[in-house]
Design a binder for this molecule. Sequence first.
Ligand code: NAD
Length: 491
Amino acid sequence: MSAQIIPVQPFDLVVFGGTGDLALRKLLPALYHRDADGQLPEDARVIAVSRQALDDDSYRAKVAAALATYISASETVENTTNRFLARLHHVTLDVKGDAGWQELKKTFAGRDDRVRVFYLATAPDLFGAVAKRVGEENLITPLTRLVLEKPIGKDLASARAINDLVGSVFPERQIFRIDHYLGKETVQNLMALRFANSLFEPMWNHSLIDHVQITVAETVGVESRAAYYNTSGALRDMVQNHLLQLVCLVAMEPPSAMDADAVRDEKLKVLKSLKVMKPADVLRNGVRGQYKAGAVNGVAVPGFAEEVGSPTATETFVALKAEVENWRWAGVPFYLRTGKRMPHRVSEIVIQFRAIPHSAFGPDAGTIEPNRLVLRLQPDEGVQLQLMSKDPGPGGMRLKPTPLNLSFADAFKVRWPEAYERLLLDVVRGNATLFMRRDEVEAAWSWAEPLLAAWEQSAEPVRFYNAGSWGPAESAILLARDGRAWADPTT
Ligand code: NAD
């Protein structure tokens, strides 16, 4: 089976921050794969903008080295590499200065009919300045789109300020706010599972679902990003965006169509239904942790405070009990957790169904575990439905949980595309379905802000956990208090 490849329109993709980690590690390798699959038209170009004094050739050499690092040799083809590198150009420009803008402008001569994308792979404090200047330089055509990377601010006020600035130059339909989780194949599969099958929708509510768990665990620490991360923390870095987007996709009503506004209207309703926590609720329903030195997969690693260089209260782990206050989800907790330096890199959504009302089997049958639907986002992408079944053998009726497994890797023999491959081409196509609208970002901040404020003002310390563990004990207690437990993501 092969994926269908439909070439996109010719485009100029301008990457502000074209020499940065995101561009070299994610964006350019993603475009390389699309080129290799024949999806980029002959006339597609990438114009990297950075402060470095590079000409086209030296930029191409830099990207060639990055491709060799981030794409396996078995996936590279010399012809494709040469074709891809020939698409690349570099303009030296400091967003805060005047030099370089005329050179950038010249690269668009005679190309106003092409799709033009300004991708801001820079810190968010430059978003407004870039938007303003491209407006002043008359570089915005009807086919221009502006892509904003996360984070969109660090709280509601700063997010609003960024949105106001870019919104004063670009209409909302031309602004694409990336949350790369939405580009993951398995995240989109969640919409397919819910809205392309009649099986689950009738039971997708409080009458049959006991609770939902979302785990996004990383084995990595903060490494070279310690200084930045110390100003952010896991709530801003992961929960406010990625985890809340997953909550939206689990909890949203079926949209009338898979178009950008229909989908985003439904996601927005979920965000607005999230129960806003008072300070006492935050301390009861939220756990913030920070990793100490420990070992991950047998490798000794330092604690977060050692990486920062001094003691700090920043959280590298969050566990929360969230509530979606509407008819469908009344009384169904959404337990969310994310952390760095966990024992395994795993992202999954667990839909835990209610227990059977009565067991007809005697005590010898064993415990009848409630059904569980597990959506594994990474690694080993797939869906697992846990059912009770009879343990084979003539000696009585013993029951045991048995997984019904759908492994996407086994079912679809195609290369698994990276999220950015899908998202970059959606920008070119002008399809904003998988991007966040302004009101979504602001609603997510409105919910997250009371948590940040309560933790900041609380005398309760951040809870420490050993690197290589599943977080502080309080995370398990959060569920144990409700008679529940985190699903083991390793099974
Ligand atoms: P980086 O520091 O590696 O790169 C920053 C880039 O911006 C460089 O190319 C630099 O030359 C350019 N730049 C900085 N100031 C400039 C100026 N005044 N004028 C012109 N160019 C300027 O950072 P990064 O890791 O690539 O991340 C960029 C942004 O994307 C950050 O906001 C980050 O939080 C976000 N982000 C990064 C990743 C990732 O995987 N690296 C993932 C998601 C979001």
